[in-house]
Unconditional design. Structure first.
Lengths: 205, 581, 275, 101
């Protein structure tokens, strides 16, 4: 049977189902990252020096080197957010070619982000700054790692919507547009989290 | 989505079904089995508590086999190591694998769409995923029993540093929890969207059955409170797997060896994140139970629930406040005056909506024409029992009596009164009440009454002495029931009383299980009455199920009135269905 | 009034009270139980009456409107007022008195307690009244469980395992910490309990009012005859949590002082057989 | 949504993009500036988080369309943010108010 309000808006709430669903999901994500940030605040205020000094000394100098990478990644993610929203606009304009171009750019940006991340990680691990080194490193790897997993998840979804999932455009174009909006909300949220991770992990030490 | 005429394969229909009714029943069966397991663990533990270090009768060889497998020494008795495993897993299984799946997963899934007149859940595929993720989480937990060192053994609260340095079972516990949390998140998002978006025409907010309200509030609790525990679980996994020290301060010496970690962490961080979930979680256990009660009471008193609006507002307020009280579990962690004032105050405030809800239920009885059916008996039994459980929460909620009572059997008694005769009675009431809806067959009333009276008696025999022991200062989680401590000597005989009550309580479940199986196997009654209780809510006007029709309603229902229009003056019958024009 | 109504706690089976503040906690417990009993009996009676009166046999036709009076609301307000009184009138001031206003005078006996799996290390400052430093690198489970530095302030410090001696009627301040996992230090008869959390040192204080000898007299003939005060661990801390107990001896001042002297002699002996 | 409206949206997105880039540049620069607050980097933290919050607001309001969303969504988010604040700061307040030393 057909579930109502998949495409059309319900009158009294003004929403379609997955719009409400994704916002609830994002609410839970806010609380998830809230738990992580709460740990950051508690451990940071509890530490005598920040970042703490461990076996290999303090990460602070290495961190200074990574600021350019991280800044680059910030720009990349912001760019991907813009192209994401443009992909949705393209669908609204019924321009499938443009949609594919914009969404493709988003996916490429996400991949670049991960590659940069990979170099950042391997550099740190190479120098002995593994998660167990001190609480800063533990937070760094856990927070960025979890964020990275969100990026990976996003890539999977977006790649599906770019590739095989597009067939829905022919049968139910409005529903497909909604899907892109919902996927976009998720993607912007991932960007938003990064906007906070960037200063607290890279800059303000 | 699929057109409903072609035959679905067995797998699609019963295993990987996206029909909320099938998923609800899957949840129900799995969760009952887990309840049974959690109960069985406790039966063995109760032997150890009553007769420490003697061989467990009947299942002694099984216990020895498991102990050998885990590498514990046992002569058929329950060694302390295994006791701790059983204790932690009893709590975990009962709460996360038993009660929540049954009360949200099974009842919520099965009934919410029916009660609001929706064709299914808003996201059927997600619904299926949520069951299977739960299933995987359960399997992970079960597997952990067979690891060397056994399953998790640091209590269901898993406080670090103990849990950080515990055996591998704890890692499985954490992984299992991540699955269970994910499952709950998927399920509860689905329930919220369903309630908000898929209400039938005319089903306004104030016409929702209270059960649906309770599910709505519960789902919000799950969506917003579970993620911080997920974060905490990830931290603890990092600690255990990657050697970080989120929860480990510097300078720990364990068994004479300096613990080689960087340190700098905080054990209290875990407690904050854990109780941020776990306090709302206890209202997740009780709110849907209250929802079930409202349905049963209205139906069996043949009159509207008294104070429907107060119920709704109280439940919502309760849900909101439940995020503000978590640290009443941490009164003894050395909090200062400010924190203590804040959390005592919020705890006292949160008891008020519970009092209001209970008052509404009790006032609903006044002027009714009470039918003593099995569901109603469980509902009536629920009230004083939840009353005792809730009332014993008050001394715990004030930080000064809690100095004496914290982590004693008083706490155990308090929460068992709310979860066992509280939640479990509500679940039983729900099972007896909606069984005809799910299967088209009525459970036997006589067996049901036997089940109720004996459960009622033995539950009190089981949990009341806990309060006595607790006031005497006996600590919880003692694998010899206190035999080693001087101050517990005067209370040891209660252990025997409690254990016999527990085993007799187990015996009292036999009529129930027999009743379930016998009724299920019995031939279908030729012409099942679609509304055997003469109830008003929408699920009973649905004629396509039972047991499992395609879709929910032949004709999309339209709602014209509130949920509990019983004995309306001037009507010919004593019930006026919501769909009646 | 507070005292006399609170004394209902005598009937609740609490252990004999042996500390100066214990009766306040007992009163508190008593007061809360009044509220609980009143509510339970009141509503219980109502429930029984209703169930009989409105049985479908007695009352075949239900009344659509049900209760019209406002008594229940008054009952709810009553609960709120009572709770507010318990909270503001009793519990909040008591918490600050018992927990947060730490005594600050020379009369207080300071004792450090370091919990570990599964023992209580008791650390006395010795004659100089100052605790020695500790260093985890010195920890040796046999000879130096708390890693005490045996010079400077630590030279005369007394460390015992599972043996706590305290003088009667004198204020004691305990500085509680843990070496490994979370434990909880409780002496039920003293109405004290405090979690021992690694990485933190938490102070709390009390005044014992009954010597062990007197206490043993009192419990003669009960099931715990011959068993004096104990430190009970209240927080799950591992396999032997169930028997992680320490013995507490409350002595008269003379006996306590002679015990201290005795302990101090042990330290010297230990230093003598320096092999 | 009409095409004209969409065009309006596109300019808006482009502007937000530019603001976000400026914000990023400012945060990075700010992290090198010494705000001279009691020998600590409290000043930098404040400025850094302020800019991050503004950036976050821009993303949420524009890309996520929160500047014109339905009431229901606002309610859910307000509730969430309230709990988030509790979660972030009560453990901290706790430490400040603790009896331990
Ligand atoms: C369903 C679960 C549930 C519910 C509903 C509650 C309800 C309450 N709980 Fe409980 N609690 C638990 C489950 C629950 N709890 C669990 C599992 C633990 C232990 C966890 C662990 O450590 O392992 C715990 C522990 C716990 C503690 C920590 C104790 C400690 O560790 O030291 C505290 C302290 O404040 C507390 C308080 C309360 C309060 C004030 C309520 C209030 O909401 C209660 C309000 C209700 C009332 C006030 C009743 C009103 C009564 C009447 C109107 C009379 C009726 C009479 C008749 C019908 C005859 N609970
Ligand atoms: C929902 C939660 C829940 C429920 C229902 C129960 C039910 C029971 N609990 Fe427990 N319990 C906990 C949650 C729960 N418990 C928790 C969280 C802890 C703390 C753990 C820790 O310390 O970490 C605890 C701890 C705990 C202890 C303390 C252990 C200790 O501190 O050392 C004891 C001691 O007696 C106990 C006993 C019991 C008993 C006898 C029952 C039951 O007998 C009550 C009755 C139950 C039933 C009647 C279920 C019947 C259902 C069926 C028979 C299913 C039928 C099956 C089919 C049809 C297939 N529990
Ligand atoms: Cu130490 Cu329990
Ligand atoms: Cu609680």
């Amino acid at each position: 049977m057909e579930i109502p309000y998949n495409v059309e808006l319900r009158e009294d709430t003004g929403l379609y189902n997955s719009k409400l669903g994704i916002w609830l999901f994002l609410a839970s994500e806010i609380m998830l990252f809230g738990g992580l940030f709460s740990a950051y605040i508690l451990l940071r205020t509890g530490a005598p020096v920040w970042p703490p000094i461990g076996e290999h000394g303090s990460i602070i100098h290495l961190l200074k080197d990574t600021i350019p990478h991280a800044t680059f990644n910030t720009v990349i993610l912001i760019l991907s957010s813009v192209t994401m929203v443009m992909a949705w606009v393209a669908l609204k304009q019924k321009n499938l070619g443009k949609y594919k171009m914009y969404l493709g750019t988003t996916i490429v940006c996400a991949l670049i982000f991960l590659v940069v991340k990979y170099f950042e990680y391997s550099h740190k691990i190479h120098e002995g700054f593994v998660p167990a080194h001190d609480t800063y490193m533990a937070l760094y790897f856990t927070l960025t790692g979890l964020h990275g997993l969100h990026i990976v998840g996003g890539i999977v979804v977006l790649a599906y919507l770019w590739g095989p999932g597009i067939s829905m455009w022919n049968s139910e174009p409005e529903r497909f547009t909604n899907r892109i909006e919902v996927a976009g909300l998720y993607w912007h949220f991932v960007d938003l989290v990064w906007i906070f991770l960037f200063p607290i992990l890279y800059l303000l030490n | 989505m699929s057109d409903s005429h072609h035959e679905e394969s067995f797998w699609r229909k019963y295993i990987f079904s996206t029909d909320h009714k099938v998923i609800g029943i899957q949840y129900g069966i799995t969760a009952l089995l887990f309840l049974f397991l959690g109960f069985s663990l406790m039966m063995v533990m109760r032997w150890q508590l009553a007769y420490p270090d003697t061989a467990v009768p009947i299942v002694g060889s099984l216990v020895k086999w498991l102990a050998d497998l885990n590498g514990f020494a046992s002569d058929g008795n329950l060694p302390a190591d295994l006791y701790n495993v059983f204790g932690a897993m009893h709590g975990t299984i009962m709460i996360f694998l038993g009660v929540v799946p049954i009360i949200v997963g099974a009842f919520g899934n099965y009934l919410v769409p029916l009660q609001i007149g929706a064709p299914d859940m808003a996201f059927p595929k997600l619904n299926m995923a949520s069951y299977w993720v739960y299933f995987v989480g359960g399997v992970v937990m079960l597997v952990s029993f067979f690891l060397p060192g056994g399953a998790a053994n640091s209590g269901w609260t898993a406080y670090p540093p103990l849990s950080d340095i515990a055996t591998t079972g704890q890692t499985y516990w954490l992984i299992g929890m991540v699955f269970l949390i994910t499952s709950s998140l998927l399920g509860s998002m689905n329930i919220i969207v369903t309630i908000v978006q898929l209400r039938a025409e005319g089903m306004t907010w104030m016409r929702l059955p209270f059960f649906v309200w309770s599910q709505l509030v519960t789902s919000f609790l799950l969506v917003l409170a579970f993620p911080p525990l997920e974060a905490a679980g990830i931290f603890q996994l990092m600690d255990r797997v990657f050697g970080t020290s989120f929860f480990l301060p510097s300078g720990l010496v364990i068994g004479g060896e300096i613990l080689k970690v960087s340190g700098g962490g905080s054990p209290l961080l875990w407690q904050h994140l854990f109780w941020f979930l776990a306090h709302p979680e206890v209202y997740v256990l009780i709110l849907p139970g209250m929802g079930i009660l409202a349905e049963v009471i209205a139906n069996n008193t043949r009159k509207p629930i008294w104070g429907y609006k107060s119920l709704v507002y109280s439940a919502t307020f309760l849900g909101f406040m439940s995020f503000l009280v978590w640290a009443h579990h941490m009164f003894l962690t050395g909090m200062g005056q400010g924190m203590s004032v804040f959390f005592q105050t919020t705890t006292m405030i949160i008891s008020v909506p519970s009092v209001i809800i209970l008052t509404c239920f009790m006032l609903s009885l006044w002027g009714g024409s009470i039918r003593f059916t099995t569901p109603m008996l469980f509902a009536l039994g629920w009230m004083p029992m939840f009353g005792i459980g809730g009332l014993t929460g008050l001394p715990l909620g004030l930080s000064t009596p809690d100095i004496h009572l914290h982590d004693t059997y008083y706490v155990i008694g308090h929460f068992h009164y709310v979860v066992a005769p509280g939640t479990i009675f509500a679940i039983f009431a729900g099972i007896y009440y909606w069984f005809p809806k799910m299967t088209g067959k009525m459970l036997n009333e006589t067996l049901g009454k036997v089940h109720f009276y004996f459960s009622f008696i033995f539950m009190n025999g089981l949990f009341w002495p806990m309060l006595i022991q607790g006031l005497g200062g006996v600590s919880r989680r003692l694998s010899d029931g206190g035999a080693s401590y001087a101050h517990a000597q005067e209370f040891l005989h209660w252990n025997v009383v409690m254990s016999y009550s527990a085993w007799l309580l187990a015996v009292a479940q036999i009529p129930f299980i027999y009743n379930l199986i016998k009724t299920l196997l019995a031939d279908k009654s030729p012409n099942p009455d679609p509304n055997p209780w003469n109830a008003t809510t929408v699920e009973w006007t649905d004629t396509t199920s039972p047991p499992l029709g395609h879709g929910n309603f032949e004709k999309t229902p339209v709602v014209h009135r509130g949920p509990y229009e019983y004995s309306v003056p001037g009507e010919s019958t004593d019930f006026t269905p919501q769909t009646q024009n | 009034m507070i005292e006399s109504l609170g004394s209902i706690s005598k009937y609740l089976g609490l252990p004999i009270n042996s500390s100066s503040h214990g009766h306040m906690i007992d009163n508190m417990i008593g007061w809360v139980h009044w509220l609980m009993i009143l509510l339970f009996i009141g509503w219980g009676a109502y429930l029984i009456i209703t169930v009989i009166k409105f049985n479908s046999k007695n009352n075949p036709k239900a009344n659509y409107n049900g209760v019209q009076s406002h008594y229940s609301q008054y009952a709810e307000y009553g609960v709120i007022v009572f709770e507010a009184f318990l909270l503001i009138g009793l519990s909040i001031p008591l918490y600050s008195q018992l927990k947060t206003s730490l005594p600050n005078n020379n009369e207080v006996h300071h004792v450090r307690v370091i919990a570990q799996q599964f023992a209580w290390n008791i650390h006395y400052p010795g004659d100089d009244g100052k605790f020695g430093d500790t260093d985890i690198n010195l920890v040796d489970e046999e000879s130096n469980p708390i890693g005490l530095v045996r010079d400077g302030n630590g030279a005369d410090d007394i460390v015992t395992i599972n043996q706590m001696h305290l003088p009667v009627n004198q204020q004691v301040m305990i500085h509680l910490s843990s070496k490994d996992v979370i434990h909880s230090f409780g002496i039920p008869e003293m109405r004290i309990k405090q979690d021992a959390i690694p990485g933190m040192t938490i102070p709390f204080f009390f005044t014992p009012t009954m010597t062990t000898d007197d206490f043993l007299q009192k419990i003669n003939g009960t099931k715990r005859e011959g068993k004096g005060y104990e430190i009970a661990c209240a927080q799950l801390c591992g396999n032997s949590h169930y028997r992680m107990k320490g013995y507490v001896t409350i002595d008269t001042e003379e006996k306590y002082n002679s015990w201290l002297v005795e302990q101090a002699e042990y330290i010297e002996e230990e230093e003598d057989d320096d092999w | 949504m009409s095409n004209k409206n969409l065009g309006h949206h596109i300019t808006n997105y482009r502007n937000v993009f530019i603001y976000l880039l400026i914000g990023t540049a400012l945060t990075v620069i700010a992290s090198y500036v010494d705000f001279n607050v009691k020998d600590s980097i409290a000043g930098a933290i404040f400025v850094g988080l302020l800019i991050a919050t503004i950036k976050g607001y821009l993303v949420a309001a524009n890309f996520m369309h929160l500047n014109s969303e339905k009431k229901m969504i606002y309610w859910i988010l307000m509730l969430t943010v309230f709990f988030l604040v509790l979660l972030l700061f009560i453990p901290l307040l706790w430490n400040l108010n603790s009896l331990s030393y």
